[in-house]
Design a protein around this ligand. Structure first.
Ligand SMILES: [Zn+2]
Length: 380
């Protein structure tokens, strides 16, 4: 029987609590007890059916916050799992198996153990350390980080730096961090025509014929060139529907769903205006329902990114790559407080899959990286 490292032991304890969104199953209670034991002021923030908490230790000065979620996505078919998803099994190759091993109970354990060690070594540290933990990141995310951030903003809570434990690494721990994310803007376009018989086109108006050149122009448009941190903004049509299903009727309407993934070189209003100008240019009778899923955010090189990169280099010998690729994350809500946000966590190769797993020794490296980042930013 080999003994587990403190991080691995805690990761296993968290995985054994089947906290499928929005359930928490006592994960946060466990974290709050350990944080309170090392001098944190712990504040549960339960909003509607979602458990969240905010914890803070320290006084004046810069605040380094660790953020993450205790909820996990559903397991999918149990028989497809090699090891039971909530058993937290470590195999002969040193892989920790279980739902949440990579996304993101492994990171939660690493953060907590790193902070416990740091506080023991530097009880009089500078500034403050904080935790912002939610149990609704994988679900609708309305009463999770977004709602907690609104409360923190309302009382002018200071948050200089934030490390989100999302699994940012691609094949080796620390090979990539996320220093921002693209924005996401959806549109539902309706183009009106006049329904009629295909044999009498002069009595009808075909919305497919009318919309096609405009859609081609939208698809070919160069929205921006991106910048050093973001690829160019992309426009994609995801759904296009028109027609009655018969061969002899000109349809009366066309429906189109599209999405922008946009860089910080474009704005929501700017993109909306340009789309509308193109539609008007083609003389269409149109209507669009817009919905914004997330604004882009960016953390430029500075104290946080420097500390994280130096710690990764020191622990793993790797030069990390700062990237803004991937979907949206809770980092976008935290960034609205003017906070520098970096996502740093384990390898994401198996997240949300059956047989989710992570190299157990990576969690110890991650603990060391978080610890050294704390030393670089807050040690006296
Ligand atoms: Zn996650």
């Amino acid at each position: 029987m080999t003994t587990l490292s403190p991080t691995l032991e805690l990761a296993c304890e968290l995985i054994r609590r089947a906290s499928v969104t929005p359930l928490d199953e006592g994960c946060q209670q466990l974290m709050m007890e350990r944080l309170a034991a090392c001098g944190f002021n712990v504040e549960p923030m339960n909003i509607e059916d979602v458990d969240n908490f905010w914890a803070r230790r320290g006084g004046e000065g810069p605040v380094l916050c660790f953020a993450g979620h205790t909820d996990v996505v559903p397991t999918g078919p149990l028989e497809a799992w090699q090891h039971a998803p909530f058993a937290a099994f470590v195999d002969d190759e040193g892989m920790l198996h279980g739902r949440g091993a990579a996304d993101m109970k492994g990171s939660l354990a690493a953060m907590l153990v790193a902070v416990e060690r740091f506080v023991a070594d530097h009880p009089q540290h500078q500034g403050a350390i904080a935790f912002l933990i939610t149990s609704d990141e994988e679900g609708p995310a309305l009463h999770g980080t977004q709602a907690v951030v609104e409360r923190l903003a309302a009382r002018n809570e200071r948050l200089d730096w934030c490390i989100v434990g999302e699994p940012s690494s691609t094949s080796l721990v620390g090979d990539m961090v996320k220093n921002g994310r693209r924005g996401s803007l959806n549109g539902h376009l309706r183009v009106r025509g006049v329904q009629g018989h295909v044999a009498y086109p002069h009595l009808a108006k075909n919305p497919i014929h009318l919309a096609a050149p405009a859609l081609a122009e939208l698809a070919g448009e160069h929205w921006d060139a991106g910048n050093a941190f973001f690829p160019p903004t992309s426009f994609q049509i995801s759904n296009l529907n028109s027609g009655t299903g018969t061969t002899n009727v000109i349809p009366g309407e066309l429906n189109c769903l599209f999405n922008f993934r946009f860089s910080t070189e474009s704005t929501v209003e700017g993109l909306q205006q340009r789309v509308e100008t193109i539609l008007d240019k083609h003389g269409l009778q149109w209507q669009i329902d817009w919905s914004l899923s997330g604004l882009p955010f960016l953390t430029e090189p500075g104290a946080l990114l420097d500390a994280v990169s130096a710690s990764i280099r020191n622990v793993t010998g790797r030069e990390t790559v700062a990237s803004t690729t991937g979907g949206t994350s809770d980092g976008r809500f935290i960034a609205t407080l003017g906070t520098q946000v970096v996502e740093l966590g384990p390898v994401n190769a198996t997240i949300h899959q059956v047989n989710e797993r992570v190299l157990a020794s990576d969690l110890d490296l991650l603990t060391e990286i978080y610890y050294q980042t704390l030393v670089r930013l807050l040690a006296n």
